[in-house]
Structure formats: C-alpha cells, structure tokens
Design a protein around this ligand. Structure first.
Ligand code: GSH
Length: 196
C-alpha cells in the first residue's frame, strides 16, 4: 500500500498512528506529497487531499476515517473502531469531534496566511470558537487510553494545536484533557509521528 503523505498533516498522522498501533506500518510505503504540486494525488483523490491510501489493486481510499476503517481489516490486532454498541458510537463521535477541530485549525491557518478582511476575520473567529468549544467538550469527558480511533484522533488534534498554535495555550483551563494527553504522548504511535 502507498500513502500520500505529509509530515505536518494531522489527518495523515492519525492514519500512521493507527497503523503503528495495529502493527501494520511496515505494509505502508509513505509517498511524500505536496498537495499544491503533486500530479499523482488529484488523480487518485479528486479532492486533492492527503491522506490518500493507494491499495495494491489500484483502489484509492480516502478520507482518513475511511482509511482507518480499512486498516482495521488488515492484520490480526484488535480493531480501533469497536464493532458495535456504545463503544463504537462513542469512538465515532470522538473521531468526528477531533476531525472537526483539525478541519477548523487547518482552515484557520490557510486564512491567516491570506490578506485579512472583515469576512476572513469573521471566519477566523468562527473557526477559533469551534476549536475552543470542541476542547471544552473533550475536557468534560476526556478519552481513556489510546485504544480506539476516537482517542487516536483526539491526540492528533491536540498535537496539531501544539504544533501550529503554540501561542494559544489550551491546557490551563482543561486539566483533565491535558493530563490524558500527557499520559498518551509517549506512546510510540504518537512519539514517532509527531510533526517536526
Ligand atoms: N476530511 C479529510 C481532511 C484531509 C485534509 O484536510 N487534508 C489537508 C492536509 S491537513 C489537505 O490535504 N489539504 C490540501 C487541500 O485542501 O488542498 C480527512 O479526514 O482525510
């Protein structure tokens, strides 16, 4: 399998972390990809986004929740998306919340690079508020361990905020979330995929 890869994408990190936790990372060839200039990426993923996983039969798999779900079918390790019941629903909701935080943070970064006008400032404030509310929700009910796709996604979202928004500290008012993140950050799946 080939993974269109960017070392700074939190969505790519999520996919790699899942592969590491499930012990199948050796089956994935990382293809460093610029979303701006790659000719191959938009052919595989018409949306032109990473991550995109190319299977050996040529199937292009996107986006990150679909890739992680597919990775669960490979190898013998326990799946990161629970098969059924409340645990599955909770993991999916946590993943959606974390992905939404990452979407908002990535979008904000793009907007901040552009000339600022009233509309951009309003959109920036809206995305920032979404991230803040998302973090508050996580503080009220933080993940446990790093055993499902929800927890992995949240860890990647927090790692991205630390990487791109270090001037906007989130820990002080969210001690439970901060304690959980500290407890999982040394896990090899996170430690070896941290954005540099
Ligand atoms: N929903 C997608 C989001 C992926 C995404 O936003 N990737 C960003 C990098 S962090 C990207 O490729 N952006 C390039 C673009 O939008 O042109 C997923 O879960 O995989």
């Amino acid at each position: 399998m080939r993974l269109f890869f960017s070392a700074t994408s939190p969505f790519v990190r999520k996919v790699l972390a899942c592969a590491i936790i499930r012990g199948i990372e050796d089956q994935i060839e990382k293809v460093p990809t610029s979303t701006m200039t790659s000719a191959e990426l938009p052919v595989a993923n018409p949306l032109g986004k990473v991550p995109c996983l190319l299977l050996d039969d040529g199937t292009a798999v996107y986006d990150s929740p679909v890739i992680c779900d597919h990775l669960d079918t490979i190898g013998g390790a326990a799946p990161l998306l629970p098969a059924a019941g409340p645990a599955r629903l909770r993991a999916m909701i946590l993943q959606a919340l974390a992905d939404g935080i990452m979407d908002a943070a990535v979008l904000r970064r793009g907007q901040l690079a552009a000339p600022q006008d009233e509309a951009r400032a309003a959109s920036n404030a809206r995305q920032k508020a979404a991230v803040e509310r998302g973090l508050d929700r996580l503080e009220s009910d933080p993940p446990q361990g790093l055993n499902d796709i929800g927890a992995v996604s949240v860890a990647c979202a927090l790692g991205y905020l630390d990487f791109r928004y270090s001037s906007e500290p989130w820990r002080e008012s969210r001690p439970q979330l901060a304690a959980w993140f500290a407890s999982v950050s040394t896990h090899p799946a996170l430690a070896t995929t941290a954005p540099a």
